[in-house]
Design a protein around this ligand. Structure first.
Ligand SMILES: N[C@@H](CCC(=O)N[C@@H](CS)C(=O)NCC(=O)O)C(=O)O
Length: 203
């Protein structure tokens, strides 16, 4: 069994890694689970910005939730949680995780940074950016909604860690009230929420 330590906290993006570990049926040591872990010395040794999630897998540090869920899925090839390395389907995994991060989640993150004092002091907020972020998120979401009109899941039309990653982004958009007019995204989210280990919240 691999030795896995996960720096995590509740519903943050670390829940992607926790969900992948549960689907993989891999046990792990949970580190943190308190807001004090963010930015701590201990976490900075693994993630240079002190953000969550971060993991140590067989002694090797890894950060960014996309990298962590990919590594977890590759630990258990028999579970079919990700397309095999070197296949076109694997490139589609990278395509959709990169797409969700850059064309959708980046705008949600910018909104959060410009709303919460916890992340940035109020005097550094740029409230005018929020409307533009919502418009750009919807643009990215519209293309994903179109794609999900023809399939149930993103790669090879079967559940994989690609859906764990992208599902979190879609759920965050829903929480921010940005999924009106995207019925396929709402249906996709429902399918993910029906899964036993899904940590996402029904909004
Ligand atoms: N792209 C990163 C985002 C990491 C991130 O921003 N995590 C948040 C929690 S959801 C965090 O630790 N925020 C604390 C901060 O920004 O200082 C990932 O997907 O792992």
């Amino acid at each position: 069994m691999p030795d896995i330590k996960l720096f995590e906290l509740g519903p943050t993006r670390s829940s992607r890694a926790r969900w992948a570990l549960l689907e993989a049926n891999l046990s792990y040591e949970s580190i943190g689970n308190s807001v004090d872990i963010i930015g701590s010395e201990e976490l900075r040794k693994v993630h240079p910005l002190g953000k969550l999630p971060a993991a140590i897998i067989d002694g090797r540090p890894l950060f960014e939730s996309a990298a962590i869920v990919t590594a977890i899925a590759d630990l258990v090839p028999e579970k079919n949680l990700i397309a095999k390395p070197g296949t076109w389907s694997r490139y589609l995994h990278y395509q959709w995780t990169s797409y969700a991060l850059s064309e959708m989640e980046a705008f949600l993150q910018s909104n959060e940074v410009n709303r919460l004092e916890f992340l940035l002091p109020r005097e550094q907020h740029v409230p005018d950016i929020i409307e533009q972020n919502e418009m750009l998120f919807r643009k990215g979401a519209a293309a994903l909604d179109d794609y999900l009109g023809g399939v149930q899941y993103l790669v090879d039309d079967r559940f994989s860690v690609t859906d764990i990653f992208v599902g979190y982004t879609v759920s965050w958009g829903h929480e921010d009230g940005l999924l009106a007019n995207f019925p396929n995204l709402l249906g996709y989210l429902d399918r993910l929420l029906d899964r036993e280990h899904c940590p996402l919240t029904r909004h």
